[in-house]
Design a protein around this ligand. Structure first.
Ligand code: GLN
Ligand code: ZN
Length: 811
């Protein structure tokens, strides 16, 4: 497989694209080495030189590992995708494009040193850090750049060039990976000092000029290939019209490829992960777009497409080819970078064959996305202390899974099949097929009783009785005042709680002692809430390490890992559970804790569950059946839990769905189907509740956009939402959308350590009751309190109760 004119000297101009590659690799380290090093530096325990040394050692180990796994050390197959914190922040540093409040951190030449870089990420004193938001449909959070007419933009930071040189010294020629200029600007927001109507894309030419300077420097350093990620091409949900994005792509890559390849710039690979490049226009919601045709029309040398989320593209040339693709390499992302299942290699070879009619100059194999979103290595996993381990399931799981390192091997196997024919890798193909067959037939993957229960569901299982009848029944049962006060569920997780939980998990603390410690904590939290004067109490969730993992550990069909860390943001990592089989609930999961809390007080205690969509969103989910079916299985387990809570005397149940919006598909055409099944699974989980049981839900954001209609569709009696930072903006929006159920707009912003005054909270609640029927309004914080300290939480909740009383009196 060669592209264009391969020269014997291997100069960049003639470099064939590597036979197989990955779009990026986890950065935090197999044992979270970078996390530890960065946090030690932040805490002042080490200096910058030590941090740089640790990071360099980690980069070297990573590159060597990738070569050992089969990537070519000489041709740019190995991605240089390291970051100290975030790849979008890296571009901010590259351009010196920091917001005005941090401008003092920037040197005269525009460079931001590592200390300044972390300050922009984490804030200092009154200077808020860059805002954080989700990276496409992943659980990774990037920092949102703030750009205005006057933001400095130049080629200011040469870290990428230095890292290339460092790798080369170690004998490895990497392919630097960067967020592309269009995605960078499309994801930026207008800075506070921007003029009316300014859009960050207005600065495209400046940013492209800086990238051109970077490319010149990379070429001078001998870089054969550079990868620019443009996932903006697969999304309809970016804050810019599609036509503007497309024009920006054409303009940016036109300008960049005007530079002479080999002498003035490396060869350019544009990657479009997270979805297909063609829009589905069948519902008329978006204009026709074909990102592949668009990219093929530019001068870039290679295009990487996602064939896991995206379908095999169709060519629009008369002969079925994609015009312009004949001079380019197509990097087929057939190995899933975003999930952890072993690849069906034989099926992926068929996909590769199906691409041939497109007429690419060359075809190679890649991952669908960066491997940033999966853990390092299945072989590292000991599963120690997990339920899968106790059940003896881990040898099988190991055969069914592919973490980052396994995926690198899969890529090299497929690349070899492309170049030498399938027989050259027959053993690997057969082993993959055998593992897949084993998985399909394994005990627990299909549980007939679960399938039968799902098949027997009717519309009635998704519907509760009429809302007004429920309101009446609940009013009578609960007897709450107007503007009832409550919290979102968790109370501060003190170090004693964490210690008890981890000692118990390690077997150092016996069941009885652990239960006693948790019950004592629950009692403390209940007494505190009574004393503060809250109306609907919670047990405080001390027993939960995490709102998803807690349930994953108690449900059959899930496995948890002990080393499966994935970067969530900065130095923060999460360990998503693996949902591998049909879901069943061997025993009640929350009932005893809630029953205990309720036994302590005459006031209603809310039972607290995590909803099906959120459980799916924060897990690695089986890929062998529709998400809708998996969600309904989880919903049925929750439905049984709701019933058991009711039987234990619970009158209020909250089912949290903070991730409802997060799983919203990037393509508009896919959104209605998603909303249908996600809302449906929530209803299935909750519709078994009696009319007199009040069902709450909690959503962790205030900008509903596309999902506003869905909130009503959830048919919860009360919905609590984030609202403090947007000053209750969402309440009139809900009112305008016809929402008439209970709503708890969070008046106390728990994302900040600030203690809001009673006057402030009174004002916010006043705003709420003036924008919607006061009868439906609740007073609550805008999220759980687990990350906060009692010193802030106690006075804040007192102020909340005081504010509710004041506003109540004025109704
Ligand atoms: N009930 C959960 C808590 O209070 C909700 C957390 C969340 O919304 N992310 O912690
Ligand atoms: Zn929340």
């Amino acid at each position: 497989m060669t592209t264009t004119d391969t020269t014997s000297t291997g100069t960049p101009a003639g470099t064939a694209f590597p036979g197989g590659t990955i779009l990026g690799y986890p950065r935090v380290g197999r044992r979270r080495e970078l996390k530890r090093a960065v946090e030690a530096y932040w805490a002042g325990r080490t200096d910058v030189a030590e941090l740089e040394d640790t990071a360099a050692a980690l980069r070297r180990a990573t590159l060597q590992r990738l070569v050992q796994l089969g990537l070519d050390p000489d041709d740019g197959s190995v991605p240089g995708s390291f970051s100290f914190y975030d790849q979008v922040l890296d571009v901010v540093a590259l351009l010196g494009a920091v917001p005005e409040r941090f401008r003092d951190l920037v040197a005269d030449d525009g460079a931001l040193d590592l200390a300044g870089y972390f300050t922009v990420a984490r804030g200092r004193g009154e200077d808020a850090p860059l805002e954080m938001t989700k990276w496409f449909d992943t659980n990774y959070h990037y920092l949102v750049p703030e750009i205005s007419e006057s933001t400095p933009v130049s080629f200011a930071g040469d870290r990428v060039v230095r890292e290339f040189a460092e790798a080369r010294e170690a004998g490895i020629t990497t392919r630097p990976v960067l967020v592309g200029p269009v995605t960078f600007l499309a994801l930026s927001k207008a800075a506070d000092d921007a003029g009316e109507g300014f859009h960050p894309l207005d600065r495209l030419d400046d940013v492209v000029a800086a990238y051109a300077d970077l490319l010149r420097a990379l070429a001078a350093a001998g870089v054969p290939w550079v990868q620019l990620d443009e996932p903006v091409l697969v999304s309809d949900t970016v804050d810019a019209p599609a036509a503007r994005i497309d024009a920006a792509i054409t303009s940016a890559y036109g300008a960049l490829t005007d530079l002479a390849v080999g002498t003035e710039r490396p060869a350019v690979l544009v990657a479009a992960p997270f979805g297909g490049l063609a829009t589905d226009t069948s519902d008329g919601s978006v204009p026709a777009r074909d990102g592949l045709a668009l990219l093929a029309g530019t001068g870039v040398e290679a295009i990487a497409i996602d064939l896991v989320k995206g379908a095999v593209p169709t060519g629009d040339g008369t002969d079925g080819t994609v015009p312009g693709l004949g001079s380019k390499t197509l990097v087929a992302g057939v190995v899933d970078g975003h999930n952890i299942w072993r690849t069906d290699l034989a099926a992926r070879l068929d996909t590769l064959d199906a691409l041939r009619p497109l007429g690419a100059g060359a075809l190679t194999v890649g991952t669908s996305t960066s491997l940033l979103h999966v853990p390092h290595d299945v072989e590292d996993e000991t599963w120690e202390g997990t339920a899968a381990d106790r059940a003896g399931r881990t040898p099988e799981l190991r055969r069914w899974l592919a973490f980052a390192d396994q995926k690198v091997r899969e890529v090299t196997v497929l690349a070899r099949a492309l170049s030498d024919g399938p027989d050259a890798v027959r053993e690997d193909l057969d082993a993959a097929s055998a593992a897949l067959a084993e998985r399909a037939a394994a005990v627990g993957v299909v549980v007939p009783a679960v399938r039968e229960r799902l098949a027997a569901l009717t519309d009635a299982d998704f519907a509760r009785g009429a809302h007004d009848e429920r309101v009446a029944a609940q009013r009578e049962r609960l007897g709450l005042p107007p503007l009832p006060t409550t919290t979102i569920g968790s109370f501060p997780q003190t170090s004693e709680i964490r210690k008890a939980r981890s000692a118990w998990a390690k077997g150092e603390l016996g069941d009885e002692a652990y239960t006693a410690a948790m019950r004592a904590e629950i009692e403390r939290v209940v007494r505190l809430q009574e004393e503060i004067g809250l109306d609907v109490l919670v047990h405080g969730e001390p027993e939960r390490n995490d709102m998803v993992q807690y349930f994953a550990e108690l449900l059959d069909g899930f496995a948890t890992t002990d080393l499966g860390w994935v970067q969530s943001y900065g130095s923060r990592c999460v360990r998503p559970p693996i949902l591998w089989g049909d879901v069943t609930r061997p025993a009640p999961m929350t009932v005893e804790w809630t029953r205990h809390a309720q036994s302590l007080t005459p006031r209603p205690v809310k039972g607290m569950l995590t909803g099906p969509v959120t459980i799916l969103a924060w897990s690695f989910v089986r890929d062998d059946q529709p998400l809708a079916d998996t969600a309904n299985q989880v919903a049925l387990a929750l439905r049984d839990e709701v019933r058991d809570l009711e039987a234990a005397g619970t009158a209020v149940v909250q089912v949290d769905e903070p991730a409802l919006r997060e799983l919203l598909p990037l393509r508009r055409a896919d959104q209605p189907a998603y909303l249908e099944w996600s809302v449906g699974s929530f209803r299935l989980a909750t519709a078994g509740a009696a009319a007199s049981t009040q069902v709450h839900t909690h959503l962790c954001y205030s900008e509903f956009g596309e999902v506003i209609g869905a909130i009503d569709g959830l048919d919860a009696d009360v919905t609590s939402i984030e609202a403090a930072r947007s000053r209750m903006e969402v309440v009139p929006e809900l009112d305008a959308a016809g929402y008439a159920r209970g709503v708890g707009p969070g008046v106390y912003d728990i994302h900040s350590p600030r203690v809001p005054s009673a006057a402030e909270l009174t004002e916010l609640l006043g705003l709420a009751v003036r924008s919607i029927d006061p009868e439906v309004v609740w007073a609550n914080p805008d999220c759980g309190l687990k990350t906060r300290a009692y010193a802030e939480v106690e006075p804040s909740l007192r102020h909340l109760v005081e504010a509710a009383r004041t506003v109540r009196a004025g109704l």
